[in-house]
Design a protein around this ligand. Structure first.
Ligand code: FCB
Length: 463
């Protein structure tokens, strides 16, 4: 059994589900531009319709209520609320999220609002994007306005979802929008995403609400392929870029010296200005952790092929450590090719709780893509996903028992949706979506999760 008050949630993000990209004066985002370019998205998919959540949100909230969710994590679309990323705000855009939140509250579901899940207004990219410091300031203004408008009904806030992805997939590997392959710019982007987080925290706090505000990082344990010095160095480097660059900044107010040294050929770091790190480490009420898998790495020349392959032609996101190879760790994989390793979640929770003590933790994303099919009887049987979530929830439970301040879990994702550069081919949902008809069907994992929530804990071990 989980403690009373444990948050049972599921997560989505605006761009992946809403569609309606031109409705009600929404501005253009970097993902609209990116999807329109040849070769960026598998199958040439785009998010113009996605799963039509903009029009079907009532039906979707009803599904959440049927599941018994106590919380729903979603993001707001910046270009829907502020079409150009500066200047005028859209009343209609804000109204959509007010209606969504009111609908959630009417069922007693707690809204968890993420301010940025990667859909930057194109106008801000045209002005330089995240490598430009001004984007952080624009984000703080946006955060303040959304908070002023929705702070009366939303208690739980988070700033930037997975700054690692936004910086390094967006500006180094080019696998995500805006698709730039500029390592030095990616480093600036990473810092400005951290700065955006800190400035937004300050701007929201200045409004004196009793909101709870957090940052959100995606963490991976990193294992060296062998005990060799080269492999251990590779693990230090990848751990530094993936985990410590963001955790240390947000929770300690410093960047790891070894990571800055690894990157010193790219920049003199003049963009890290006095006071920035104090801003970035502005006190937060909780840390949101997204966890999917473990990396095993090799630093040997010509190291093994990447186990975390990109779906389309792309460069390396691992700036300054492009030589590192990602090795198959020999575990079962999901349809993303991501290795299933619940022990990695145990490791990261323990480490975060030890190194950054006392901060309340939430798993804000965890889940798996499998090639689900809808059977002739209309059901979707997904035992692998049940086993994945069950195993990770068992780790969460043990973590709580051992005193780690873990307070909730959000499955990724509530529904199948637009999986970025992978398009619609990868299904992460608890709920199956027929992309032709937009019909929603609970998979067996959804029914299992509903039972778990109703029971307040895990029933027998999943088969
Ligand atoms: C995370 C993203 C989320 C989704 C999952 C599978 O990195 O935050 O939008 O794509 O991965």
């Amino acid at each position: 059994m989980f403690p009373t008050g444990f948050v049972w949630g599921a997560a989505t993000s605006a761009y992946q589900i809403e569609g309606a990209l031109t409705a009600d004066g929404r501005g253009r985002s970097i993902w609209d531009t990116f999807c329109a370019q040849d070769g960026r998205i598998v199958g040439g998919d785009n998010a113009e319709v996605a799963i039509d959540h903009y029009n079907r949100y009532r039906e979707d909230v009803k599904l959440m209520a049927d599941l018994g969710l106590t919380a729903y994590r979603f993001s707001v679309s910046w270009p829907r609320i502020q079409p150009d990323g500066s200047g005028a705000y859209s009343g209609k855009g804000l109204d959509f999220y007010k209606r969504l939140v009111d609908e959630l509250l009417s069922y007693g579901i707690d809204p968890w609002l993420t301010l940025y899940h990667w859909d930057l207004p194109q106008a801000l990219e045209d002005a330089g994007g995240w490598p430009s410091r001004d984007t952080s300031k624009r984000f703080a203004d946006f955060a303040a306005t959304v908070h002023a408008e929705l702070g009366d009904r939303v208690r739980n806030w988070s700033t930037v979802n997975e700054p690692w992805c936004a910086a390094f997939l967006g500006y180094a590997s080019g696998e995500h929008a805006p698709g730039r392959r500029e390592p030095a710019a990616a480093l600036r982007a990473a810092h400005h995403l951290n700065l955006a987080h800190g400035l937004a925290v300050q701007a929201m706090r200045a409004q004196n609400a009793d909101s709870l505000i957090g940052g959100c990082v995606n963490v991976y344990p990193v294992t060296p392929a062998t005990g060799s010095e080269a492999d251990q160095d590779a693990a230090r480097r990848i751990d530094g870029l993936q985990n410590r660059f963001f955790l240390d900044a947000l929770l300690k107010g410093s960047y790891p010296e070894d990571v800055l040294a690894d990157l010193s050929h790219l920049s003199d770091m003049e963009f890290i200005q006095d006071g920035d790190l104090a801003t970035i480490a502005a006190p937060i009420d909780m840390l949101l952790i997204n966890y999917y898998s473990r990396f095993t790495v090799s630093g040997a020349p010509g190291g093994a092929a990447s186990a975390a392959a990109a779906p389309t032609d792309s460069g390396s996101p691992w700036i300054g450590s492009e030589h590192v190879g990602f090795v198959n760790g020999g575990r079962p994989v999901t349809s993303m090719g991501w290795e299933v390793d619940d022990s990695g979640l145990r490791e990261m929770l323990r480490r975060i709780a030890d190194e950054y003590p006392r901060i309340p933790l939430y798993i804000s994303e965890n889940g798996a893509a499998y090639d689900d099919v809808i059977g002739e009887d209309g059901t979707v049987h997904d035992p692998d996903r049940v086993a994945y979530i069950d195993a990770h929830l068992r780790i969460c439970h043990a973590a709580i028992e051992s005193g780690i301040p873990l307070q909730g879990y959000f499955a990724w994702s509530l529904m199948d949706n637009f999986e970025w550069a992978w398009g619609y081919g990868k299904r992460f949902g608890l709920v199956y979506v027929d992309y032709e008809t937009q019909a929603r069907t609970m998979k067996s994992s959804a029914l299992w999760y509903a039972d778990t929530i109703r029971h307040g804990g895990l029933l027998g071990r999943a088969q």
